[in-house]
Ligand binder design. Sequence first.
Ligand SMILES: Cc1ncc(COP(=O)(O)O)c(C=O)c1O
Length: 360
Amino acid sequence: MSRMFVPGPVDVSDEVLQAQTRPMLPHRSKEFEGIFRRASEKAQQLFFTSQRVFLVASSGTGLQEAAVRNLVDRKVLACVNGAFADRWYEVAASNAKDAEKLEFDWGQPVDPARVREAVRRGGHEAVLVVHNETSTGLQNPVREIAEAVAEVAPETLVVVDAVSSLGGSLIDMDAWGLDMVLTSSQKCLALPPGLALAAVSDRAMSKAQNVKYRGWYFDLVRMEKHRLKDSSPATPAMSLIFALDHQLDRILAEGLEARFARHAAMARRVQEWAEAHDQSVYAPPGFRSQTVTTVKNERRIDISALNAFLGERGMRLANGYGPLKDITYRIAHMGDTDLQDIEQLLAALEEFLARQGKSA
Ligand SMILES: Cc1ncc(COP(=O)(O)O)c(C=O)c1O
């Protein structure tokens, strides 16, 4: 199997690929509805929530759009310190919402104090925040941000993009008071792309009831009516649900704490390796992603040549994203990747650097 150290789509185990090959069922059958319910109930554990989890045939961006269409009538605050947060702001603006962009330096976390000041001025129906910025490899302090919002604007919903972290590091939705947390299948869950998951609180559902023009496909109120019958308004991505059902068993068998610890150990190893080889990690200590490390390419490694070299060894990593494309590269350590895989990658990186006369 290839080793994809890119931040999604990541490698999918043979077992999970196999689970997709199960024959189709009528989607309105008891048999399929049972699998749909089971998968959605197991998924609640990933979000640390007793709230509903929707399984949607879409990538994560679809649910970024669902969040703004369902939870915002007029005004929303988008916290932006990276490329995917910026995309979410654009999603909100392009849905004709009055989107206020609260910008931060991309190398710094979203500051809860500034969020508090912004929402104190009032009128924001929701705050959008990306937990794990896949462009910068930075993890935002979502818990503290949610606390800051609750302090001064308790009616404002807190909506979190956990596309590249849910299942890889802790997001305690209920304890942290989050209203919607969304993710995609192709990252920490180590599934093929095409499925998106969102946990949504009761108060977010009540808000949605009163928001106009929620659209049809991503209408959470419509989805909820169907979910209560273990179903979805439109045909579900059945093969992906089979895969999710199987992969959730594997994830829960590993144990979430063990899974988070595995990711943390890989993150530490990659960070230490980068620093030991005269390269800095883009995100500051204390806010570094557990699932993807963005390294400043201070040694001017030719990433295309590196990937050609890695490709001969069945591996691949990612160059920078957006404006960071040519000045950083990214090593993902998410999904089913383990420390041994990371050691193999780092050994190959060292061999490449040595061949280029760049060994430390
Ligand atoms: C943090 C974050 N948000 C949103 C997205 C978009 O997700 P998708 O590609 O599943 O639509 C990505 C994709 O990489 C991401 O990393």
